[in-house]
Design a protein around this ligand. Sequence first.
Ligand code: NDP
Length: 447
Amino acid sequence: MKDTIKGFLDLVKERNGHEPEFLQAVEEVAETVIPYIVQHDIYYGKNILLRMVEPERLISFRVCWVDDSGEIQVNRGYRIQMNSAIGPYKGGLRFHPTVNASILKFLAFEQVFKNSLTTLPMGGGKGGSDFDPKGKSDNEIMRFCHAFMSELFRHIGPNTDIPAGDIGVGQREIGFLFGMYRKMRNEFTGVLTGKGMTWGGSLIRPEATGYGTVYFAENMLKTKNDNFKGKTVVISGSGNVAQYAAEKSLQLGAKVVTLSDSSGYIFDEDGIDEEKLKFVMQLKNEKRGRISEYVKEYPNAKFTKGKTPWHEICDIALPCATQNELHEDDANALLSNGCICVSEGANMPSTKEAITAFHKAKILFAPGKASNAGGVATSGLEMTQNSLRYKWTREEVDNKLKDIMADIHKSCIEYGTEEDGYIDYVKGANIAGFVKVADAMLAQGIV
Ligand code: NDP
């Protein structure tokens, strides 16, 4: 088996050797899915996984825009249309200076499995730009978004490809992107998700990824007759996913002690309660400030520059910032400090070595493609409401989100339960996600 996996990975490396994040994501899937393929004749010998690692389409384009001082700026825009076997491409747009083809291909590849897990008919895609929204004025953000969409619009559509937000792309950016799409196409359709509530957005969409990550963790804890009540929770990030993961943790009776951004993390021993979280939301979403400003408002808390929060004592860890932010030594620190559950809100935040440490210790560990799927699932619900020209209540959407997270959890148990009863959620999510897409690809022939 090892040789088969190595042979496959060597081939993928040969073609994508300069794309480390993409290779990391493929390796994680190959290690769990190839043994399954080998055991199942319907998939064996059809090069299904080899087909799945090749994007159906990779679009790269120039984005020119004028900044506030009148300088012409040039950025690079992308859309990776990875797999549309079970539905139109669906996945977020990321605006961050680190964006490149490798990062977007890893995200698009993960998205294919994640979207399949949601049980909704959505293929996988991802896109974005190396544009850095930090420090830009609202007018600069608008000009960039408009320039970006003036090319992207020809490649997307409500039945073709439906982008959403990701790092650096929130409701403000979705608004500007939607405005230009509507103008270019002269149509009002559900082509983007994460829209504002008065123009087609779904209730609970802003909360969905963070809430879903916590719902998934609740499902995992339930297998041990446990829950969030009274638990200490460590969270990284302070953006969309982190904020709502914190909010739901609080609602379920836990104490949240950390949040972070790329400059460092804050630790609040007294707990980040609802009032403090409201301050963080205003600070990050409206003032676009830095998390270090928290300690000016709450001097009992401490800010640690340039570090991540994984060495703080906790029961539950929710990595909600970015890829590869939790390394092996962080995993070991979490384990020796008594952490029993890790649910990934971000995409691929734990390195391969960190995941191995969690698995060895047999703690509850959920990979992002399962635990953060609530965001895209609720985007799917937004698309449904747009098509129906209807709006569900907050409670209706939240209940659907809870049901979807419970269903994803069930699928992980079905495909990931080991002989000794330990649930390998990585294996479960990869195989469950693979089966649905592979079946559709087989049914549709070699296209
Ligand atoms: P936001 O832009 O709202 O927030 C991102 C947060 O992560 C910020 O606090 C940011 O800090 C921090 N961060 C970003 N890059 C780094 C870095 N290199 N090192 C340390 N911290 C960093 O994004 P989201 O909350 O939407 O996304 C967070 C993660 O969740 C991403 O991995 C994304 O792919 C994933 N995700 C998001 C979904 C969604 O619905 N939004 C859906 C599913 C997954 P700073 O402000 O300093 O950059």
